[in-house]
Ligand binder design. Structure first.
Ligand code: SF4
Length: 360
């Protein structure tokens, strides 16, 4: 793979395969740098099929970088609702504002400048520079890492600094002189559709002759994985508080986890607490009121990063006290039908959907 001749053969096979087999994606229709930038922000940590409807909706609302730079943060977060890792949405807005102010509205086309933008790391920079501008720059996402690790039979554990360095260098060595954007996308596509994490479809692979793992029959052992960190279980109670047909919601503080999103108040169980005891304590601490619990509405299971959350949701009214939130600078009493206009974290969206289904 290191000689230029074997690299050329690999490039040719991969590009011919990509030409035939690539999936349709809305950001592949042109090389507009803004569209590529948005798609790459969305694709960080998220699969293509999840991203497509978000991307299409985004482009209808923010068809240009100028529109995005001038949009309200709550509108942007609403468009991102359910995609997770919300700092990406905030960084994308900041990036659009910086490009508008400092680069006359044009996405910078040098590595040095593009890496200065918030939320743009080496992966996103490489994708934008190679796909939108045709620069000879590698891209290394999870799919590319897996394919390369198998092609090279790389013994280093996935995710170590040493393996990252080896993989970046390997990818640089096999990039073609022209058409790096297509080549990068072809590598990612191969990892996403053929060189799957479990049971790769080697018979269909254009690189099977070049692949050391396939020859050794060790595809499923590569890349070697570090021991997984165990998941953490959390029990949480949340209150849907009613007052004269309005529901209480509050905005999470900007700068914290999921900052800027709205939520129903509540929190984690403390040792030995029942869901109801937790709710009474949390609401008293958070809002300075005591509650009357009318009924338990639902139990929702939800996962994010390493956390497995069980969320107990109660319909409540205020028994005594005046609402004075301690953990939020902004709150509101809204009609059930208005909930849909605010951005919420995914677990809260499940609560809202369930409330709406019960209403209809
Ligand atoms: S031959 Fe199999 S393991 Fe090797 S790159 Fe292709 S799909 Fe992956």
């Amino acid at each position: 793979m290191k000689t230029s001749n074997s690299s050329r053969i690999l490039q040719k096979k991969l590009l011919e395969w990509y030409d035939e087999e690539k999936r349709e994606m809305p950001w592949r229709n042109d090389r507009n740098p803004y569209r590529i930038l948005v798609s790459e922000f969305m694709l960080q940590q998220t699969q293509v099929k999840t991203v497509i409807p978000y991307f299409e909706r985004w482009m209808k609302s923010f068809p240009t970088l100028q529109k995005l730079a001038r949009a309200r943060e709550s509108t942007i977060l609403k468009h991102w609702e359910g995609l997770g890792y919300y700092s990406r949405a905030r960084n994308l807005k900041k990036t659009a504002q910086i490009i508008l102010q400092d680069y006359s509205g044009k996405v910078p086309d040098s590595m040095e400048e593009i890496l200065k933008l918030p939320g743009v790391g080496r992966y996103t920079a490489g994708a934008v520079l190679s796909i939108a501008f045709g620069h000879k720059v590698p891209v290394l996402d999870g799919n590319v890492k897996r394919v390369l690790s198998r092609l090279l039979l790389l013994k280093e554990n996935a995710g170590t600094r040493k393996s990252e360095n080896i993989l970046w260098e390997a990818m640089e060595n096999i990039l073609p002189e022209t058409g790096a954007g297509n080549f990068n996308q072809a590598f990612m596509e191969l990892g996403a559709t053929v060189c799957l994490p479990k049971n790769p479809l080697c018979l269909l692979c254009p690189l099977k002759q070049n692949c050391k793992a396939q020859k050794a029959g060790k595809q499923n052992l590569y890349p070697p994985q570090k021991q997984k960190t165990p998941s953490i279980k959390i029990e949480v109670s949340a209150a849907v508080i009613l007052r004269r047909n309005n529901i209480y919601i509050q905005k999470r503080k900007v700068g914290g986890l999921m900052g800027g999103l709205w939520e129903f108040p509540g929190g984690k169980f403390e040792s030995g607490e029942s869901p109801e005891q937790c709710l009474h304590r949390e609401i008293n601490e958070e809002l300075g009121v005591s509650l009357h619990i009318d009924e338990k509405l639902m139990v929702i299971k939800h996962s994010y990063t390493r956390f497995r959350v069980t969320l107990h949701v109660f319909l409540c009214r205020i028994r005594s006290g005046r609402v004075s939130p301690t953990q939020s600078d902004e709150w509101s009493w809204v009609k059930a039908k208005e909930l849909d206009t605010y951005p919420f974290p995914a677990a809260n969206v499940k609560i809202i959907k369930s409330l709406m289904n019960n209403e209809s």
